[in-house]
Design a protein around this ligand. Sequence first.
Ligand code: ZN
Length: 146
Amino acid sequence: MNIKLRKCENMKSYTKILEFNTKNKIEFIRITEMVEEAIKESKIKEGLVLVNPMHITAAVIVNDNESGLINDFKRVLEKLVPYNDKYEHNTYEDNAAAHIWRQLMSHQVVMAITNGKLHLGPWEQIFYAEFDGQRRKKVLIKIIGE
Ligand code: ZN
């Protein structure tokens, strides 16, 4: 095991908000490069990056960039929580399933920054998972470290 203890004397923070339009109601957008770009801009070499979907019907997940897997996620979510089923929330809106899917797929992620780079596992990619799209969306990137 490789353990290093470092004293933080020059703690910095950097905040960036990504904005984009989602074309489809349900969509997985790979945002790894956008997060890497924010880390580069922050000039933070050692720290953590939090990636938060600023919407209650979306999630940020880390997984493999493989289209079959993305389709599997959609199929399993639809099986567990059918999109067009009856929900109490849908008295006022039509997106109850999107809220529940977001809870099932996690909410936000925190990743490590080492030597100024996003410290991913060999197949890890960051996705913004949209479940009620076709409108303008925001993702918060918060970086802390030194
Ligand atoms: Zn709603």
